[in-house]
Design a protein around this ligand. Structure first.
Ligand code: PEP
Length: 250
């Protein structure tokens, strides 16, 4: 059996954070300095803070990510940001297909896949999000929905190491409600099988759980054999809570 990949704890700040909040990143960097054997850490601040965050974390093992990118390299796309620009600002990852983008911006699987392609072309690693709504779960369609999103949103031929997949049930995001550990294990097992059928190097793809992860539920949700880490929204905004979640891997 392939060795389990190193765990990954990623924070998604969403549309939160001003310059003063970079202090939280500095606290995380300083707390983890010299700490060996913990999880990989990624922080995805808003685009306005990427360059400063990358500078703060230069020489540390904290990676910085964007929260979205445009599929094109450049052009007349007011307000958008190209993957190359994220890379140029110091990002090494980008989230694509977050449910808030799918819902609020009508992003289709085809568009998400094009964004993932653009990210790889720019030298970024991709955190691809999939997850069902409450109604889809209640109707018993959760596996079909996440399988369709996964297959439709994958970039063609990613190297395993360049792809991270986050299972984020929409009904768990920002609600304080989480699936049971059994539900998470089941969906991750299913996604792992789908990945294996699709990608030759899928054992290197880390499969994160996301949705209302907090310090007090991290141990039970993140230490399942099928889970390789977490994508964290609200609880990533304060260094102490984020560090407490990361500490469950020590
Ligand atoms: C997210 O939006 O990716 C997320 C996991 O949010 P939260 O942790 O706040 O539920």
């Amino acid at each position: 059996m392939a060795e389990k990949p190193r765990p990954l704890v990623a924070g998604n700040w969403k549309m939160n954070g001003l310059t003063a909040d970079l202090a939280e990143i500095a606290v995380i960097r300083d707390a983890l300095a010299g700490a060996l054997g913990g999880p990989d850490i990624i922080i995805c601040p808003p685009a306005t803070l990427i360059a400063a965050a990358a500078q703060l974390c230069a020489g540390s093992f904290i990676a910085i990510g964007g929260q979205d990118c445009h599929p094109e390299r450049r052009g007349a796309y007011t307000g958008d940001i190209a993957a190359e620009m994220l890379r140029d600002a110091g990002a090494s990852y980008v989230i694509v297909g977050h449910s808030e983008r799918r819902r609020d911006h009508g992003e289709s699987d085809v568009l998400v896949s094009a964004k993932a392609e653009a990210a790889l072309r720019a030298g970024l690693k991709v955190i691809l999000c999939v997850g069902e709504t409450e109604a889809e779960r209640a109707a018993g369609h959760a596996p079909d929905v996440v399988a369709r999103q996964l297959e439709g949103s994958l970039p063609s031929a990613p190297h395993g190491d360049s792809l991270v997949v986050a299972y984020e049930p929409v009904w768990a995001i920002g609600t304080g409600v989480t699936p049971t550990p059994n539900d998470v294990a089941e969906m991750h097992g299913f996604l792992r099988q789908r990945l294996a059928a699709r990608l030759p190097e899928s054992s290197d793809v880390r499969l994160l759980y996301g949705g209302s992860v907090k310090a007090d539920n991290a141990a039970e949700l993140l230490h399942l054999p099928a889970v390789d880490g977490a994508l964290i929204g609200g609880a990533s905004l304060k260094a102490a809570e984020f560090l407490a979640i990361a500490a469950t891997y020590r």
